[in-house]
Design a protein around this ligand. Structure first.
Ligand code: HMG
Ligand code: NDP
Length: 459
């Protein structure tokens, strides 16, 4: 190890590929490819211009006015520069115009992720079939089993008790006294209507709900909370906050804006502030599962399941010092649903904050299970939700796009569905761990048969 550190290698070194353990995939022989990268004869000239540095790769869309053509030229230039093939990464099949200026810069193709379906999820009296984009074999089967158990017991009930996206800029003064003066000003209820009017001018749908500060020396962190209609809302709230900061600068000219985000928001990080106060949609989802269903569908018994939940999800997570991680695998379900429906996958961090509770009820004839998720950050408009495949998954759930009659209703319904699916995933995985089924089920659904045979032959 020490030797490899003292002798750093570069991609130009002959033995580079031995060091990183990667053999370059040779470029395919000339001839027709599955996806034709270059569409026109003159594209070869443009590839040369990118290779020589005369044309910046990221300018191709603007220069050509044809996004698919730009992606093909960029990809061809990339393959030649690196001497590595991108065969296997599809090029055709994506609407490149629809991602321009919205979803991704410098596109060279797209990654395929299988979408499985689980259900029905019987939630608040309605049935949903849940699309899940994952490469973890067993996950869909597990959620499906949990949903079956919930369905057979009469369904789940959800409560959405908060809907507020947050953004907290950091501002700084010459002294803590001045920082405190601004804190008292923005937190004064008498000033709220004025600040809300300034904020609300930034959008037809974003509405300021609350401002709360945290002070550290002469730094002030101002946490704005607002409703954002059917959008997840990060661009919307950032725009609104910018308007308010510009307004505050009039009365507090000595205020220095250090950054529009000061991490007290807190976006894409595990944080106690989100766990305690919520961010995005705060949802609780609960169900009562009958003893017979626990025995027949989940193949376990109620006392043992409730005990495992306490020892693993509560005590075990406390011992691990978790923030928001008092659950078995909420992030599995959140990520799969996020990717399928075009959410920002990085917000999986706080969206997966969840505490799972299981207790015996009805004189020991059933279990009560609940998941409390204070930070589900979802939208049905904006970001990746408008892409064709993600939009199809939202359509399957009946929450595609903006809700014209009641703005925000689609996004809130999606948050409830996320919590319902998490409830199912929790009960099924816990049952699998309780019955020592976790490993065997993953050997069956999560490994190629070749490896399973190998494992069997070495036992
Ligand atoms: C795999 C099962 C469900 C089998 O469980 P089983 O009870 O043997 O299944 P079954 O064949 O008796 O079928 C019961 C029901 O499960 C569903 N089901 C059953 N098979 C399928 C399938 N192929 N495709 C779709 N649905 C399926 C289906 O609903 C079926 O009902 P039916 O339709 O037959 O009336 C079970 O063993 C299980 O849930 N295993 C747990 C797997 C799991 O949850 N993995 C998640 C990832 S683990 C991880 O990433 C996080 C971790 C573990 O590290 C976190 C931590 O630290 O705890
Ligand atoms: N800027 C940042 O700091 C961060 C940005 N992001 C990214 O932000 C993107 C999402 O931002 P977000 O603000 O959600 O989306 P958008 O930026 O797409 O904003 C939503 C747009 O939809 C319009 N709209 C129309 N109908 C509705 C409706 N019913 N409800 C709400 N809006 C409606 C809004 O109108 P109007 O113009 O009137 O508001 C607005 O123009 C994602 O790509 C995400 O990855 C993620 C984290 C941080």
């Amino acid at each position: 190890f020490a030797q490899s550190v003292v002798a750093p290698r570069t991609p130009q070194d002959d033995d580079w590929n031995d060091v990183v353990g990667l053999e370059p995939t040779p470029l395919p022989p000339p001839g027709p490819k599955k996806d034709e990268t270059l569409l026109f004869k003159e594209d070869e000239e443009i590839v040369q211009s990118v290779l020589s540095g005369t044309t910046a790769s990221y300018e191709l869309e603007a220069k050509l006015g044809d996004c698919r053509r730009a992606a093909g030229i960029r990809r061809e230039a990339l393959e030649r520069t690196m001497g590595r093939s991108l065969e296997g990464l599809p090029l055709d099949g994506l609407d490149y115009e629809s991602i321009l200026g919205q979803c991704c810069e410098n596109p060279v193709g797209y990654v395929q992720i299988p979408v499985g379906v689980a259900g029905p999820l019987l939630l608040d009296g309605k049935k949903y079939m849940v699309p899940l984009a994952t490469t973890e074999g067993t996950l869909v089967a597990s959620i499906n089993r949990g949903l079956k158990a919930i369905y057979a017991s009469g369904g789940a009930i959800s409560v959405l008790h908060k809907d507020a996206m947050t953004r907290a800029p950091i501002v700084r003064f010459g002294s803590a006294v001045r920082a405190a003066e601004l804190m008292l000003f923005v937190e004064d209820p008498l000033n709220f209507d004025t600040l809300a009017a300034v904020f609300n001018r930034s959008s037809r749908f974003a509405k300021l709900l609350k401002i709360q500060c945290q002070i550290a020396g002469r730094n002030l962190y101002i946490r704005f909370a607002c409703s954002t209609g059917d959008a997840m809302g990060m661009n919307m709230i950032s725009k609104g906050v910018q308007y308010v900061l510009e307004y505050l600068q009039n009365d507090f000219p000595d205020m220095e804006v250090i950054g529009i985000s000061g991490n007290f928001c807190s976006d894409k990080k595990a944080a106690a502030v989100n766990w305690i106060q919520g961010r995005g949609k705060s949802v609780v989802c609960e169900a009562i599962i009958k003893e017979e269903v626990v025995r027949k569908v989940l193949k376990t018994n109620m006392d043992s399941l409730a005990g495992l939940n306490v020892n693993k999800n509560l005590i075990g997570s406390a011992m691990a010092g978790t923030v928001g991680g008092f659950n078995a695998h909420a992030s599995n379900i959140v990520s799969a649903l996020f990717i399928a429906t075009g959410q920002d996958p990085a917000q999986n961090v706080e969206s997966s904050h969840c505490i799972t509770q299981i207790e015996s009820v009805k004189n020991g004839k059933a279990i009560y299970i609940a998941v409390s998720m204070p930070c589900i950050e979802v939208g049905t408009i904006g970001g990746g939700t408008q892409l064709a495949s993600q939009s199809a998954c939202l359509n399957l759930l009946g929450v595609k796009g903006a809700n014209k009659e009641s703005p925000g209703a689609n996004a809130r319904q999606l948050a409830r569905i996320v919590a319902g699916a998490v409830l199912a995933g929790e009960v099924s995985l816990l049952a699998a761990i309780d019955t020592d089924q976790l490993m065997t089920s993953h050997m069956k659904y999560n490994r190629s048969s070749k490896d399973v045979i190998h494992l069997a032959s070495t036992e």
